[in-house]
Design a protein around this ligand. Sequence first.
Ligand SMILES: [Zn+2]
Length: 168
Amino acid sequence: MNPVTENEIRSSFVNCSRGEARRLAVPRGLPELPWPDLDFLGWRDPGAPERAYLVAERGGAPVGVALRLGQEVRRSFTKSTLCSVCVTPHAGTGVALFTAPRVGAAGRQGNTVGAYMCADLACSLYVRGRKETELGVRFESLSVAERVARTTVNLDAFLDKILDDTLA
Ligand SMILES: [Zn+2]
């Protein structure tokens, strides 16, 4: 993705209050991030671990969504769990349920959507082999480009659900 500045991040949020967008913890060292290798920017708030944020490009503009860590976290010591966005398998708590308030009227009614994702939101680095999971190196027949394309499609589908303000 193209680099984004702190101001661009703060003004990109679609599903939280302006006050939260103004106060939320933006990652440090933004200019040094490996932007060409990021399909989206995702981070956890170090001061409030149940809060997480994600900024992605949609139609050439950054769109930010506020996420909450769900209560229900799969803890399996025998099976691995897949991230629903980048399809990386993790052990234990490496995958977490993130929920996002939907935009507009749906969000005001308390509607949320959830997705199981890499708990550190580092999907972009896992699919490129720049970061290893607790399970070590993964073996998959897809190329990096194919995994990146799949990640983008899955993330777009999650964002589509958040951006859908129609009442269920
Ligand atoms: Zn992931």
